[in-house]
Ligand binder design. Structure first.
Ligand code: GUN
Length: 285
């Protein structure tokens, strides 16, 4: 069994991004900029946003967080997004999800300029991904592909079972795998007889936020396991969706959670923001 070390790879990527930021600053005086919109008091969201901000600081990005109260109106957030769309210091816009229930999330995501959509959530970029065109790809599934690539795990022709069908993780994960030549099955928390599906897979990728959902009887020998779930157990410890102790014994490769996919998400946000900044720098020339 080999661990897929997202922490180590993300550090390597950060060094590459930092290097490129310095070059960009030298060549055109441009500093990549990321704007984050955070609404309400969700502690997990605040933690994620803080981690993203710190990562921006480490690589030399300009970053700004628009911290808004839970009670804010749809119109006020829309105004902020339109202002950020027009702000030339901002290359990437990220709306931290989930948003409060009175907010129309889809409408806000559609308002973000697709050229600044570093989360890859705008339908324009979703469409480009599903048709196999270049665009912005959601950070978590993009990070999984980088991790597989780093360890020379070729998905071409492999049976991949994606468990979880969210717009943020499961659906774009399936598109990326399909684009890379894998045979893909998408299951989710409502799937009957989940085990029947996971047992057919060479690679299981799971992100639904259910502790110990994947147990050793559900996977075949030498399975590759990508655990995208992160939840807090009764003891307050962060854990994934996979029963790591038993499943790891049957695995050829497995991500720990935390420390596997999580750090890759932030590294991909940096990469996407750098990509947006480079395109903008080209356009300014
Ligand atoms: N909430 C949970 N994951 C994500 C993510 O990748 N991006 C944003 N914007 N919000 C999230």
């Amino acid at each position: 069994m080999q661990l897929l070390d997202g922490k180590a790879l993300s550090k390597k990527i950060e060094i590459q991004v930092k290097d490129e930021v310095e070059k960009l600053k030298e060549s055109c005086g441009c500093t990549p900029g990321l704007a984050v919109v955070l609404v309400g008091q969700d502690p997990a969201s605040a933690t994620y946003v803080n981690m993203k901000k710190k990562a921006c600081d480490r690589v030399g990005f300009y970053s700004i967080t628009h911290d808004m109260p839970e009670s804010i109106s749809q119109e006020a957030i829309e105004k902020t997004i339109m202002m950020l769309n027009n702000d030339t210091n901002v290359d990437g816009i990220l709306i931290q999800l989930p948003l409060p229930s009175h907010i129309d999330t889809t409408k806000l995501l559609e308002l973000v300029d697709p050229a600044k959509d570093v989360d890859g959530f705008h339908p324009f970029n979703v469409g480009r991904l599903t048709t196999g065109l270049d665009g912005f790809v959601p950070c978590t599934p993009l990070g999984v592909m980088e991790l597989l690539n780093e360890y020379d795990i070729d998905v071409k022709g492999k049976n991949c079972c994606v468990v979880g069908a969210s717009n943020i993780v499961g659906k774009p994960m399936a598109s990326l795998l399909l684009n890379a030549g894998a045979t893909v099955e998408i299951c989710h928390i409502e799937t009957d007889h989940l085990k029947k599906h996971t047992l057919q897979a060479d690679i299981v990728l799971v992100g639904v936020g259910v502790i110990n959902l994947i147990t050793e009887d559900m996977v075949k020998d030498d399975i590759v396991i990508i655990d995208i779930g992160v939840s807090r157990n009764k003891e307050g410890k962060l854990v994934g969706d996979v029963d790591f102790d038993s499943v790891s014994k049957k695995s050829s490769f497995i991500t720990p959670s935390p420390g596997g996919v999580g750090p890759m998400t932030i590294a991909m946000l940096l990469k996407n923001t750098l990509k947006a900044a480079k395109i903008n720098a080209q356009e300014k020339k």
